[in-house]
Ligand binder design. Structure first.
Ligand code: PMT
Length: 398
């Protein structure tokens, strides 16, 4: 994901420095070359050796180190970076940067870089709310500096409130977002994911094998590309992507309500969810006992949510999925036309590596104008990016 990227990770002094170690691990695991610059304060909490070992690169500490100035001085560090991250960033660091003070290697490098800079502050709640800090942050934002807003919670100083360093995973996502072109800025995208559960009685339900992976990957990629994303999700075991609004539902009827209720403020609908076509006509109030030798459950049809949206489409772009086990193109085309879609992502779920509960998919993209694009086996995250590129083109009327 970050293969070929050079990241400068600035670490300033605070108890949250240990989280920067985990962030470094995530960045290197994703393929980035990471150069760490530590302030003197940071070295009081974690030794440079830890960062050096995990980054596989020398850690930079002093502004005027003759050897490193010759080989990889602060200007060179600033120029080589595709992205600079400062995590944790103290109030002192933010204040110095906002005031244009460059008196150590980190502030000098950050002032000299032309790469995007992502700052993840961590401090006491009262410091975070101090109007001087707030002015400094606002000033830096005005100049294009990015911030990973701190989380709320128990702080190391014993106080509770805002000021806790974001999780390494969240800062990682913000870093990816900083490097992703904002091709979907201004778009409001609603994605559905996962299965629905149709209750038989208080302990049993009818469902399917959807894990949510496909829909979650689309929601994540849309957020990274700058869209405002709502994810309406059936029950899944995976964590929702960072940055997206999450609405949890159980049944097809609940999904219908959640989706239709948000349609007015939606530009693009992408329905990756595997919605149950039928639900038990009656839901038993008590657990059904196993007395009878045979049991029949009468089912009734669920509403087709996507077809309903298609009937009141207006200017929206509608993308459906088709999970098929035979006659992929023919069946998917019928759904594309019948539900008034712009694009349908057809997957033959009987193929190995495709469809339910795997990290990959094999799909054909069928467009309204008759175009068919056949894609090879690929990861669901990569596929999500391709689907969104096509969505962007459809939004632009290309
Ligand atoms: O979640 P994963 O494990 O990652 O698996 C991914 C997936 C296999 C679920 C996904 O790739 C996929 O194919 N999703 C659509 C599954 C499905 O329900 O297909 P369908 O052919 O039955 O439905 C066609 C379209 O109509 C879908 O966009 C579906 O969301 C929508 N639909 C279906 C029935 C219904 N009552 N309302 C709907 O809106």
């Amino acid at each position: 994901m970050l293969r070929g990227k050079t990241i400068l990770l600035g670490v300033t002094g605070g108890i949250a420095v240990y989280k920067a170690v985990e962030l470094l691990r995530l960045l290197t695991k994703a393929g980035a070359a990471v150069h760490v610059v530590m302030t003197r304060g940071a070295t009081e909490f974690v030794t440079p050796l830890t960062f050096q070992t995990l980054s596989g690169q020398p850690v930079h500490l002093e502004l005027f180190n003759l050897i490193s100035e010759q080989q990889i001085g602060h200007i060179s560090l600033a120029e080589r970076a595709d992205l600079c991250i400062v995590a944790p960033a103290t109030a002192n660091f933010v204040g110095k940067l906002a005031g244009g003070i460059a008196d150590d290697l980190l502030t000098t490098t950050i002032m000299a870089t032309r790469a995007p800079v992502l700052i993840a502050p961590a401090m006491n709640v009262n410091m975070y709310q101090n109007p001087i800090y707030r002015e400094n942050e606002a000033r830096l934002k005005r100049h294009g500096y990015l911030f990973a807003a701190p989380a709320c919670g128990m702080l190391a100083c014993g106080y509770e409130g805002e000021g806790k360093l974001q999780t390494p995973e969240a800062i990682f996502e913000e870093a990816l977002a900083a490097l992703t072109p904002k091709t979907l800025a201004g778009e409001r995208i609603l994605v559905t994911a996962g299965p629905t559960r149709e209750e038989i009685d208080p302990v049993r339900y009818i469902s399917n094998h959807s894990s949510g992976k496909m829909g979650y990957a689309i929601a994540r990629a849309a957020w990274l590309a700058g869209a405002e994303v709502t994810l309406v999700t059936g029950p899944t075991a995976i964590a929702p992507p960072y940055g997206v609004g999450v609405v949890r539902v159980e049944s097809a009827l609940e999904m219908r309500e959640a989706v239709l209720g948000r349609l007015e403020e939606t530009d693009v609908v992408i329905k990756a969810a595997a919605v149950a076509d039928y639900r038990p006509k009656l839901r038993a109030r008590m657990k059904v006992k196993k007395t009878a030798a045979q049991l029949s459950i009468e089912l009734e049809k669920n509403p087709d949510i996507l077809a309903e949206i298609g009937a009141r489409k207006e200017g929206r772009v509608l993308v459906g999925f088709a999970a098929e086990t035979e006659e992929l193109v023919r069946n998917a085309t019928l759904k594309l036309e019948g539900k008034n879609l712009d694009l349908i992502v057809a997957n033959d779920v009987s193929q190995e590596g495709a469809g339910f509960n795997v990290d990959t998919n094999i799909v054909k993209l069928l467009f309204r104008d008759g175009r068919v694009e056949e894609l090879p086996l690929m990861g669901k995250h990569e596929l999500a990016g391709i689907i969104l590129e096509r969505v962007e083109a459809l939004r632009r009327g290309k």
